[in-house]
Design a binder for this molecule. Structure first.
Ligand SMILES: [Zn+2]
Length: 467
């Protein structure tokens, strides 16, 4: 009798397991932290625990599946965002700089097409340009990611319901390409709005939306969390708008959303550790919108969080500061390295002289150098010499990175700050490091083990569409 009961129980359990495995994800959230390597997550996690005093790990780290992905491209162990975006959206490797086209220039198609064909609305959102490599790989194509005239037009007729970014590069192109693109999008049924005020004023009948930031002089991206720019869109806000639009378009089949935390990469290219940590925490706030949705629909919602590549090789500990870690110094930083460099450049352009005492006050106020962060005599000498070489004699060379040219003084000040914090960098570009993969919800068990980045979209399709 006992044995029979046990057999029935085993049978019931395996039937339940089968049912669970067979359960398809109706709602899919795909989060891509651009450039978010293991070191970035670890630094944010340590700051969250030791400085903010949060007993719980980062939200993504609480997901039951935590694995890793390889990111190499068809042309290098170190991928760029276009080849990585292509892998994460289409499931195929390509050469660096190519977007959703293979090394022989044949078209590759994003899994978003399959979701749209299955009647599931698709939303694509980022904090950087909406036609940059990562978002672009989900609806557009290009022989090079720099062919900005080719990528955004891929959205016309794509069937994507929601598309958001700080701006769109095509709008900065010479001639009327930007205007023509907007016209084509409007003809295709999109309402194009700038800023959250205009977004919320949209009527119920506006089903397809393009959201970007109200015009500012602030690059193509929405600005860094650490700079708290008044009136700027935030990634959590964009994510909520995306979720609202795809939900409104859902006809009962579910939806698919891709959200990119693009500023993590920008801050890492700048080797700006404080800005990276604040961006990862902001990315977590965006993920929280999906997680709240998951809590309401736990049997139908799949959340994947990963990165396209590591940027900067960021780590706690560095060659000149092994383990004297002071993440509390980040609380004294009130300005990103990019913003600091821009302000120096603007003052120079206006012909305004910067004096050393004024700069010392500025460093203390905005970066904590000499106030929260005690400086050595050698630090002071180093800063003064670099100040003279940058602003007085003009002998110092700029530090050039993907997104900005930093004057030597800015580079020096942030390097000294990073040294005192204990954050090290191996590059101001991408690295070949593994990136994390976190997953929760039906189908998340597929994402265990060592993954290749090309497997991720294929597994998402299997979990959600059963293909
Ligand atoms: Zn990237």
């Amino acid at each position: 009798m006992m044995k029979m009961k046990k057999q029935i129980l085993t049978l019931l359990l395996s039937a339940a397991a089968l049912l669970h495995c067979g359960a398809q994800a109706k709602y899919v959230f795909y989060f891509i932290g651009d450039g978010m390597g293991m070191g970035h997550v670890n630094a944010a996690e340590t700051y969250n625990r030791d400085i903010l005093g949060n007993p719980d790990p980062l939200l993504m780290m609480t997901f039951p599946v935590a694995s890793q992905s390889r990111t190499y491209s068809a042309s290098s162990p170190v991928t760029d965002s276009a080849a990585a975006g292509t892998a994460l959206s289409t499931g195929s490797k390509t050469v660096n700089y190519r977007l959703a086209m293979n090394p022989d220039s044949a078209m590759l198609y994003s899994i978003t097409r399959d979701f749209i064909a299955a009647g599931r609305p698709v939303g694509i959102a980022t904090s950087v340009a909406g036609d940059d490599a990562t978002p672009g790989a989900f609806y557009g194509h290009g022989l090079s990611r720099n062919d900005v005239l080719d990528i955004a037009p891929g959205a016309v007729g794509s069937g994507v319901s929601f598309l958001a970014g700080g701006s769109f590069k095509i709008l900065d192109a010479e001639g009327d390409a930007g205007e023509k693109w907007l016209e084509a999008m409007r003809k295709d049924g999109y309402s194009v709005v700038k800023g959250s005020g205009e977004y919320h004023a949209l009527a119920e009948k506006d089903k397809k939306k393009v959201l970007m930031m109200a015009p500012t002089d602030y690059w193509d991206q929405i600005g860094y969390t650490i700079d708290s720019i008044p009136g700027a869109l935030t990634l959590p806000e964009i994510t909520a708008a995306c979720l609202q639009t795809v939900s409104a378009n859902d006809r009962g089949e579910g939806f698919f959303m891709m959200v990119e935390g693009g500023n993590i990469d920008w801050a890492a290219h700048a080797n700006d550790g404080g800005a990276v940590i604040k961006e990862v925490l902001n990315f977590q706030d965006a993920i929280r919108h999906a997680y709240d949705f998951y809590l309401d629909h736990p049997d139908e919602t799949l959340i994947i969080v990963t990165a396209d590549h590591d940027t900067g090789g960021m780590a706690l500990g560095r060659a000149d500061n092994h383990r004297d870690i002071h993440l509390e110094y980040i609380d004294a930083q009130r300005q990103s390295k990019d913003r600091f460099a821009d302000l120096c450049r603007e003052r120079k352009a206006r012909g305004e002289e910067l004096s050393w005492p004024e700069m010392q006050r500025y460093l203390a106020d905005m970066l904590g150098l000499g106030s929260a962060i005690p400086l050595t005599d050698e630090d002071m000498r180093d800063l003064k010499e670099t100040f003279d070489a940058t602003f007085i004699t003009g002998d110092a060379k700029d530090q050039k990175t993907l997104y900005n040219d930093f004057n030597a003084f800015t580079a020096k000040a942030y390097d000294i700050q990073n040294r005192h914090i204990g954050i090290g960098w191996t590059s101001n570009n991408h690295t070949g490091n593994f990136v994390p993969v976190y997953a929760i919800g039906p189908g998340s068990e597929l994402f265990t083990g060592n993954l290749d980045n090309t497997r991720i979209p294929m597994l998402i399709r299997r979990a959600a569409l059963g293909e």
